[in-house]
Write a protein that binds this ligand. Structure first.
Ligand code: NAD
Length: 429
């Protein structure tokens, strides 16, 4: 079977029909989809084992981004997100990127940084020398703290010492975490080597924990979008490219804009991170620290014109796991990983960053052309219709009516419902 992520007409059919289409496209079993997703994939009893003081669970919509092709492979990408238009925008932009051959991704080795803070160090230069001199011994101790990881080909790879103050240093042990996100593994490493490091530094142990600025574990994705697929009803493709390049420069020059630009990227990234049972706070912390790494907050993705095409690039840390962690016990998270059929955590990282770049393209294209509100409000209108209590069979009609009236409010939705009901009862008489 050839996996495809191109499924025309997907948005127009019912949920059971979509499940059948995804099953055909990915090989995921329809019964498996139902078992894993109905009820949100997590029961209260299991949730009670995850966290404390549990009262229940909290469901979110689970959709899929279509048209995603990364390094020549197609993926139907699960996304968990509450915001209307995020999934549609990512799918739509991925279709444009696909016209230019899809996303090209480069992934670093899965290297995480374990930080060991040493305080009350009498002579930081001597301490540094002593620690670097004991490099092999420290790396061996680090490996001994994570034998399971070493057996799977991972383990300690490097040692760095940074001076933070006249009496404080921090040691980084760089650990290859293979297909795990690695927070717990790296924390074990920190605890395994800390006492010996303090002895070598003649200081005391401070904190021992991973860094969420996982800049040794970055993913870099690029795409090339032909001008003609970017055209709108009113603007030719080359004008749209100019608008997108100016939007990119705006974000490069202004942190106020860069924050919103990056939020749009995280719409896509977080949705994939959550759907696959990963720690989205860790990804968020890493993304924003990386965006500010030069001392000025910058966009994670940029856009340039190249000949008659638009070229987009994103680079960001992406500490994702396909094994371990609590949430990967979640039925829906496990389904997501099966549906994606990824071969490694690195491949998952490439997909998440690609969806982030697609989300960014959709946002900057909309902003540089029609403005964000037209498409966004049309989808937002459905949530408003639901909030007003519209019956499921009336949601689309009510949404269309309030969009047409340019009054996307709960009151307007209630009036639209009353009109619909009045005409239905008139027809019944
Ligand atoms: P984990 O503790 O489950 O460790 C991964 C396990 O998987 C290890 O036992 C490892 O040996 C095993 N494993 C099996 N196959 C593997 C393979 N192919 N590659 C690598 N390991 C393999 O999980 P973790 O990834 O160490 O930690 C992730 C969890 O830590 C998340 O739940 C995260 O929320 C949490 N956490 C995060 C932070 C933070 O980000 N600041 C801090 C503490 C904890």
């Amino acid at each position: 079977m050839t996996r495809t992520s191109r499924i025309p007409g997907f948005y127009k059919v019912t949920v059971p029909e979509r499940r059948a289409m995804v099953s055909d496209a990915t090989g995921a079993d329809v019964g498996d989809l139902a078992r894993s997703l109905d009820g949100g994939g997590l029961d209260t009893e299991t949730a009670d084992k995850f966290v404390e003081n549990v009262l229940g669970t909290y469901a979110m919509p689970y959709g899929v981004a279509l048209n995603v092709r990364v390094n020549g492979k197609d993926f139907v990408v699960p996304m968990v997100v509450e915001e209307p238009s995020v999934v549609a925008a990512a799918s739509n932009a991925a279709r444009m990127v696909r016209a230019g051959g899809g996303f090209t991704a480069e992934i670093d080795d899965p290297l995480m940084i374990s930080q060991i803070q040493l305080v009350h160090v009498p002579d930081v230069a001597r301490a540094t020398e002593a620690i670097l001199g004991a490099r092999e011994e420290i790396l061996e101790r680090a490996d001994a703290a994570v034998p399971g990881l070493v057996a799977r080909g991972g383990g300690a790879r490097d040692l760095e010492v940074r001076t933070l103050d006249h009496d404080m240093i921090v040691v980084h042990v760089v650990v290859d975490c293979r297909d795990a996100m690695g927070a717990n593994l790296v924390n074990s490493v920190a605890e395994g080597v800390a006492d010996r490091l303090a002895e070598l530094a003649k200081g005391e142990v401070g904190l021992r924990i991973l860094s969420n600025l996982s800049d040794r574990r970055c993913v870099r994705v690029s795409c090339r979008v032909p001008a003609d697929v970017l055209a709108t009803d009113t603007l030719p493709g080359d004008r749209v490219i100019d608008g997108i390049v100016n939007a990119s420069r705006f974000a490069e020059l202004d942190p106020y804009r860069a924050a919103t630009h990056n939020k749009g990227i995280m719409n896509g990234v977080d949705a994939v991170v959550i759907a696959t049972g990963n720690d989205w706070r860790a990804i968020e912390a890493g993304a924003h620290a990386y965006a500010a790494r030069d001392g000025r907050y910058a966009p994670l993705a940029t856009w340039r014109k190249d000949g008659d095409a638009l070229v987009g690039r994103i680079a960001m840390p992406m500490a994702l796991g396909t094994v371990g962690g609590t949430l990967r016990v979640h039925r829906a998270a496990r389904l997501s990983l099966r549906m994606l059929g990824v071969s490694s955590a690195g491949e998952l990282a490439a997909i998440a960053a690609s969806v982030g770049l697609a989300s960014n393209l959709a946002a900057v294209r909309a902003l540089a052309t029609d403005g964000i509100q037209r498409g966004h409000m049309a989808l937002h209108a459905r949530s408003v219709a639901l909030a007003a209590g519209a019956r499921p069979e009336h949601v689309d009609r009510v949404a269309a009516m309030i969009v047409e009236a340019r009054d996307i409010t709960v009151d307007a939705a209630r009036r639209a419902m009353a009109t619909l009901e009045a005409s239905a009862s008139a027809a019944a008489e």
